[in-house]
Structure formats: structure tokens, C-alpha cells
Design a protein around this ligand. Structure first.
Ligand code: ADP
Ligand code: GLC
Length: 480
């Protein structure tokens, strides 16, 4: 199958979160199954810095405020089509947010431009480029299925993946015409969403098939608690909605061959993690003590991630004899709360604010438990990296977290981590105590680590599931 993947992030070219990890790793996994994948991306400076052997395949005299070209080449081992539109994408740093910390006001047009280019690639405007299925990710690519369904030309099948329903891409109704959408599409049966143009809504309405990144989240978003206003549409389309748990890139995340982790280790040499732990403790100003369970957080600091619940439960981690290392960035108020908590427990709680890929790897290699306290979590990747690195996941029982971690107290023979009630700081506090107890029993702890490390976390299973969805999309093209 020939797949055109459309996304606003792709690891290692541009990343704000797990979406990038998925878009960077799914194409090679599909390629390994014999499919061809072209990834259509915005031309951020970081993408151009990695782009090789690029040739112009298309151009637009005017695309939302300036001329644009489409370059096809190789970047980070992927076949990419890059939208070279400096007036939209030649901005350093974060993909969506300016230096002032606010979203770029023209994000709607930036990602409409991406969608226009993707539509034309999908409809054969470029000779010798055929597409069987277009796979759009999150709101930034949400207009792609809409543009294609609203176009009279014969089109490929479309699949829309939800990585996070809380980012919806809501734009003013007055932009309808400028977004190239016909007036008749502005309705509940179309792109309209709470009086505006909903990019994600558009994708969810028009795509032939829908997916999200875990079966539990697929169920949760059909209800009012986590449907975020989209539950009506999603439950009406329940038969077209599949939950597929993300894989991880086991070449990037492999403790036995991770250039950021030295010495390397595997399930048989877990004692080497002690060295990594001691380094972390020293580097981040924690007491260097092998006996204390070292918990860690690697996360956006945000309401979704339950950062406030974590701060509330922190005394539980310390009370259980543990330490906590927080690597995160995001909400400045949340950063302040974490810093405040760290000040109360010197030597026991440490923070590092900012985004640092190397620290993320080293923390997975040295910490004992990776804590994910999310209120909702479509899939979550850090608990998967934790499983792979023998950093035992301590997770809220929601979404993809509950689909990927088995509680070691409830199921001692299969336990790979610890699961507590989502949204409940008291349950998290109790979980810290449960973990500390298990940690004190080295044999039991090693068994939990090894079971996690033995899980099949690669992308092959998920890539096969996506292929089935692509096939269904081809068969079910509903032509709305
Ligand atoms: P989300 O995409 O909702 O933020 P995921 O768990 O799916 O959550 O993915 C988060 C990704 O971002 C992981 O690759 C994780 O290692 C990384 N990450 C999050 N915060 C940081 C940080 N401060 N420094 C380095 N990596 C981070
Ligand atoms: C989103 C979700 C996260 C998921 C990631 C990749 O950012 O918040 O749960 O793992 O996308 O699918």
C-alpha cells in the first residue's frame, strides 16, 4: 500500500510530545511490512537542517500569505514531502508556540497550508506519486480528510488518528472561506463545531476510518467524561473507530545499545542500573543512596498529566523512604509548584525544568520507578520506555496506561508495574508505599523489572493493525 502520512511533528525532526515519536517510528515499521510511506511535514528550520537529496516536486504562487514549494527528499531515514513556506514555518523553536509562550495566531492557516499540500499530493497533482491511503494525525492534519471528501476528484481512502482529543484546533467561523471550505460544509454534518471551524472535528467527521492510540481511550472518548464535546460524533462512529496501542522505537529506546546510556545493560545485567542511579542522584542534588527507591517523572507539566496530583502526593513518596526526580516543562504555575515542593525536601526531591532528550534516556536507565499520574492518557509513551528500561511504571489506571501496565499486587505472576486510581492523589500516595514495599524485596523487584523488559513493545503489531485499518478505509470509503 502507498501511504501518505500527514503530521505536524516527526521525531527527530520536530517534537513537542509523543505524536512525534509515533510519526517517526510508524513509517519504518510499515515499510518493513512492504508498504511505502511518504511523510508530509511543515518545513520548520529543524526539518530543513536534516533534509537531504531534496527536489522540488510542486509549487504554489500563493499559499496563505506567500509563495510555497514542496520538496521531496530524505530526512532521518524517512521519505518526506516538506512544505517550504518560510512565511508560515520558518520560525525557530516549538512547532506551535512563539517565544512569548503563546500559540502562533495563524496556526489555523499554517496547518491549512499543510493540508492543502497533502490534498494535492493525494489527488495526483504530482506525476508518478500515487497514494492509496492518507493517514492524518491530530487536529493539525484534520482538514485533510475534509478537503479530500469535499473534492470532486477521485480520492484515496482516509484515516484520522486522535493522539489527544483535548487539542482540537478550533478556528473562527469567519475563516471558512479562507480555509477553502464550502459554505455547505459548515454544519453539524461537516466542519462546524461549537460555532467555529473545528479542524479535528472536520477530520473525525470526514475520514473513512478513525483510530486512537489505545483501546481504553477509544472507549473513554465515546463518553461525556473524556469525549471533550466530541463524544456524540465518536459514539455514532464507534464502528469506524479502532484503538491501537503505540509501539516504541526499540532502536532509539534500547538500554543495551543506547548511546546516551553507558554502561549499557539488559535484563541479565540489571545491577548496572545502580551506576546510572548514583549518577542521577549526584547530578540532580539528591542524596546518593542505592536503598531509596528513586521515582521519576518525565512529562509535560499540565493538568492532563496530573502534575498537581503528584505534588499533592509527594509527601507519600518521601514518607515511603523514596526520592523523586521531576523532568518537565510546561505550565509555569505547575513548575513553580514542583519547585516549591522540591525546596521542602532537599536531597529527596529534585526538579529540572526544560526539555532534554538525553536526560529522558538517562532517567529511564537510572530511576527505579517512572510515575505517570495522568487524569487521562490516550496512550502514553514514557511508561513503555520505562518497561523497556527496567524503570518500573507507576501509572494512573486510565487510557493507554491501563492497557500497557499490569499491577504487580493485583496480579503477582504477571505484574509489570503499579496501577492506581486516576485522578486520586490518595491512591497515588498509597501506590508509593506499595512500590517501596516491593522495592525492598529485591527478588520480587527484579522479577517485575524483567517481566516489563520481556514485553513486546516494538511497532510491528501496531503497524499490522494500521494496515488492517487502511484496508477497511479503502473498503468503507463513505463519500460523505
Ligand atoms: P504526550 O505526548 O502527551 O506529552 P507521551 O508520553 O506520549 O505524552 O510522550 C511524551 C514524550 O515526550 C516522550 O518521548 C517523553 O520522553 C518526552 N518528554 C516529555 N517531557 C520531556 C522533557 N521535559 N524532556 C525530555 N523529554 C520529554
Ligand atoms: C498524545 C497523548 C499521548 C500519546 C501520544 C502519542 O500526545 O497525550 O498519550 O502517547 O500522543 O500517540
Amino acid at each position: 500500500m502507498r501511504v501518505l502520512m500527514v503530521a505536524s511533528e516527526c521525531y527527530p525532526l520536530a517534537k513537542s510530545g509523543g505524536l512525534a515519536d509515533v510519526v517517526g517510528a510508524l513509517p519504518p515499521a510499515l515499510a518493513a511490512l512492504g508498504h511505502t510511506v511518504l511523510v508530509c511535514l511543515p518545513g520548520y528550520p529543524s526539518v530543513f537542517a536534516a533534509l537531504d537529496a531534496a527536489a522540488e516536486i510542486d509549487s504554489y504562487p500563493e499559499l496563505y500569505g506567500g509563495p510555497a514549494r514542496v520538496l521531496r527528499g530524505r530526512a532521518a531515514g524517512l521519505d518526506v514531502a516538506v512544505v517550504d513556506a518560510p512565511h508560515l514555518f520558518d520560525r525557530p523553536g516549538h512547532p506551535y508556540v512563539g517565544p512569548d509562550g503563546d500559540e502562533w495566531p495563524d496556526n489555523g492557516f499554517r496547518f491549512a497550508a499543510l493540508a492543502v499540500v497533502a490534498r494535492e499530493l493525494a489527488l495526483g497533482r504530482v506525476a508518478d506519486l500515487a497514494v492509496d491511503v492518507v493517514h492524518a494525525h491530530d487536529w493539525q492534519a484534520g482538514l485533510v480528510p475534509a478537503y479530500l471528501a469535499l473534492d470532486s476528484r477521485p480520492r484515496p481512502a482516509t484515516v484520522m488518528t486522535i493522539h489527544n482529543l483535548s487539542f482540537q484546533g478550533q478556528m473562527p467561523a469567519a475563516w471558512l472561506g479562507r480555509l477553502g471550505l464550502p459554505a455547505h460544509a459548515f454544519g453539524a454534518d461537516g466542519v462546524e463545531y461549537y460555532g467555529g471551524v473545528g479542524f479535528l472535528k472536520a477530520g473525525l467527521y470526514y475520514a473513512d476510518q478513525l483510530t486512537t492510540v489505545s483501546p481504553s481511550y477509544a472507549r473513554e472518548i465515546q463518553g461525556s467524561l473524556w469525549g471533550m464535546g466530541m463524544e456524540g460524533l465518536l459514539s455514532a462512529r464507534a464502528h469506524d473507530l479502532t484503538g491501537i496501542v503505540n509501539g516504541i522505537d526499540t532502536t532509539v529506546w534500547n538500554p543495551a545499545a543506547d548511546p546516551l546510556v553507558s554502561p549499557p545493560y539488559d535484563a541479565d545485567t540489571l545491577e548496572r542500573r545502580g551506576e546510572h542511579k548514583a549518577h542521577l542522584q549526584a547530578q540532580f542534588g539528591l542524596d546518593v543512596d542505592p536503598e531509596r527507591p528513586l521515582f521519576a517523572i518525565i512529562s509535560r507539566l499540565a493538568w492532563q498529566k496530573g502534575t498537581d496530583l503528584l505534588v499533592e502526593a509527594l509527601d507519600g513518596a518521601v514518607g515511603a523512604g523514596g526520592q523523586m526526580l521531576i523532568l518537565g516543562s510546561g505550565d509555569p504555575g505547575m513548575e513553580e509548584r514542583c519547585a516549591g515542593a522540591a525546596a521542602v525536601y532537599p536531597g529527596r526531591v529534585a526538579t529540572w525544568f526544560g526539555y532534554n532528550e538525553a536526560f529522558a534516556h538517562r532517567i529511564q536507565a537510572g530511576a527505579d520507578g517512572i510515575v505517570v499520574a495522568s487524569r487521562f492518557e490516550p496512550c502514553g509513551l514514557t511508561q513503555l520506555y520505562g518497561l523497556r528500561y527496567g524503570c518500573v511504571p507507576v501509572v494512573a489506571g486510565t487510557g493507554g496506561l491501563v492497557d500497557t501496565v499490569t499491577d504487580a499486587d493485583t496480579d503477582p505472576d504477571h505484574g509489570t508495574g503499579f496501577v492506581f486510581a486516576a485522578g486520586d492523589a490518595l491512591a497515588l500516595r498509597r501506590a508509593f508505599a506499595r512500590v517501596a514495599e516491593a522495592y525492598a524485596d529485591r527478588e520480587r523487584w527484579r522479577a517485575i523489572q524483567r517481566r516489563g523488559m520481556a514485553q513486546d513493545l516494538g511497532w510491528t503489531r501496531a503497524a499490522q493493525a494500521y494496515v488492517e485499518v487502511y484496508e477497511r478505509a479503502g473498503a468503507s470509503r463513505h463519500g460523505r
